[in-house]
Structures are given as C-alpha cells and as structure tokens.
Design a binder for this molecule. Structure first.
Ligand SMILES: [Zn+2]
Length: 302
C-alpha cells in the first residue's frame, strides 16, 4: 500500500516536471539541469555569435524562423514561453526587435539575462523614405560592430554563468580575432579602390560601408519596405549608366525581381549578397561576409 502511494506521488512529480509549468523551473538557477546555458536569440547572425561564444557549454535557438523578414516579425505566445525558461536572451537591438523589451517583461523570468548586442555601437540614422529618425539596425553586417556584439554576448554569458566566464571570454577573443583578420584582408583593397559605391537590393550595408569608407546605392530602403517608386528606379538606372555599374547585388529574400529589372536595364549582371537575416546556403557568418566583401571588391574593380 505504502509502495503504491509512493509510486503515485513520484509519477505526479514527474508529470509536474514534464509539463514545464511548475514554479521550480523558472526559479532554478542557470545553467539548467543538463549543465548547459539555454540561450534564445532573435535571428541568424546573433545566433552564430552566441554559438561561437557559448561553444559546447550553451544551447542556442532562434526565435525568428528562417525565411522570415526580421523587420516585420511579431512574436507569438510560444516565443514568449521560450524566454520564460531561457538563461540568456540575445537580440540585435538598434530597434530591429521593437518587441524585445515587452517580450522580456511578458516572460516574467527574473533570472533571464537580456543582452542588447549593439550596446556601445555608434548608431547610423536610417535613410529611408519616411526619414523618421529611426536608427539603421544592420550593425551585424559590419565586422567592427560584430566584434562589439560578440564582446557584449560574452559579457552577458558571464553574468548568467559566472563559473564559465573565462571560457566564454576565451571563445569571444578567438572569434573576434577571426573577424579582425577578415577586416584586415579587405581594408587595404578598399582603401586603394577608385570606385567607392556599389548597388544593392535592400539598404542593409551602411555599417559595412562605414568600416571601409564605401557607399551603397539601393533599390529598397533600410527597412525593406516593398517595391521602390518608379522615380527611384529611374534615378538608379541613370546612376548605374553614368557610373558604368557592371554588378547589381540582390538578396534571395527581398527585391530580387526589381534588382533583376535594374540589372538588365543597364546591362549589369546580378550577384548574390548575404544580409545574414536568415541561415543561407549552409554557410557560416564568416564565409558569407568573406563572399560579400570579395564580390563588393570585384564590383568596385579592385
Ligand atoms: Zn534588413
């Protein structure tokens, strides 16, 4: 009789733990039972940085599904639930995830460490059709800003899991050295380039341009707000012809058709450029940035 009662009690306890809504779960200190830091990020680029810093001591997930524009994403109840059990939440900041603060409060997870990855990045004001003074959020497409983001992520991980702070610090230094090496690989090439402007689909490269003193001309504005006006397209066609533009960049996600129209109108060819807002072609952040920079250099004739 006693044994049966004990078995029933154990079963009830097991069910309570499995259901995941017990008070114990959110109150338990991080890292979780498996010993790993549970990290929730918003999209692909911060997820890669978090994996690089977390190594085998962190489990990293992404809230915004691949193929979804982070610019128009709105979280659902299930996304808030992820934050209620995570140890760390990493978001890009600069207004990209305008829902971030609200989601963190709604999650009601007092031990959650929220990391604004762009903390300390000098913002660039977005140049878009509305000109409403919002910052341009695309800091992750700059190697220099990415270095800052990785350092911020390491600091957040150290707060959530002080025992492994040295490990996260070491990993972040290794990754920052790779970012810096990639920057060095292109810095001299861009400095010596005669041409400084390239033409692309959505205006995601202002921070990258700041790194190398370049300029982007784009079909779509910073927030990827749909089709350009006819006037914008005509002025781009004129620009491409006047500057003998041979390559027009396009992303897989946005603006491809308009970029193609522009390219065929001016006799240029289309090249892929990665915005790293989703996982793309099974390639890492560093591989995609390397390809982006190689193609931009080629388009500038350097
Ligand atoms: Zn974008």
């Amino acid at each position: 009789m006693r044994k049966k009662k004990l078995a029933a009690l154990l079963l009830a306890l097991a069910l309570l733990t499995l259901s995941g809504c017990g008070v114990e779960q959110t109150a338990s200190p991080s890292p979780d039972a498996s010993g790993k830091l549970i990290v929730s990020t918003t999209f692909d680029a911060p997820a890669e940085f978090a994996r690089a810093v977390g190594g085998d001591k962190a489990v990293v997930s992404t809230i915004i599904p691949d193929g979804t524009e982070p610019h128009d994403f709105e979280p659902k109840a299930q996304d808030i639930r992820v934050l209620s059990t995570a140890d760390v939440f990493v978001y890009n900041g600069l207004g990209l995830e305008s829902w971030a603060q609200e989601a963190v409060s709604a999650a009601g997870n007092s031990s959650l460490v929220a990391v604004d990855a762009s903390d300390g990045v000098e913002p660039i004001a977005a140049v878009d059709e509305k000109e409403d003074g919002r910052p341009d959020p695309h800091a992750w497409l700059s190697l220099k800003c990415a270095e800052q983001q990785v350092a911020n992520i390491a600091a957040g991980f150290a707060r959530a899991d002080p025992e492994n702070a040295a490990y996260y610090q070491q990993n972040s230094e290794t990754y920052i050295a790779q970012l810096e090496a990639l920057y060095e690989k292109y810095a001299a090439r861009f400095t010596s380039a005669q041409k400084k402007s390239f033409v692309t689909g959505h205006a995601a490269f202002a921070y990258l341009c700041r790194d190398f003193s370049l300029k982007q001309e784009s079909v779509e504005d910073v927030f990827a707000n749909g089709e350009p006006s006819a006037r914008r397209l005509v002025s781009l066609i004129d620009y491409c012809k006047a500057n003998n533009v041979r390559i027009v960049f396009a992303e897989s996600a946005a603006s491809k058709e308009v970029s193609e129209t522009l390219a065929s109108e001016v006799g240029a060819r289309i090249e892929t450029i990665y915005t790293i807002e989703s996982a793309e072609d099974g390639k890492s952040y560093l591989q995609r940035m390397d390809e982006n920079l190689a193609r931009i250099a080629e388009s500038l004739g350097t």
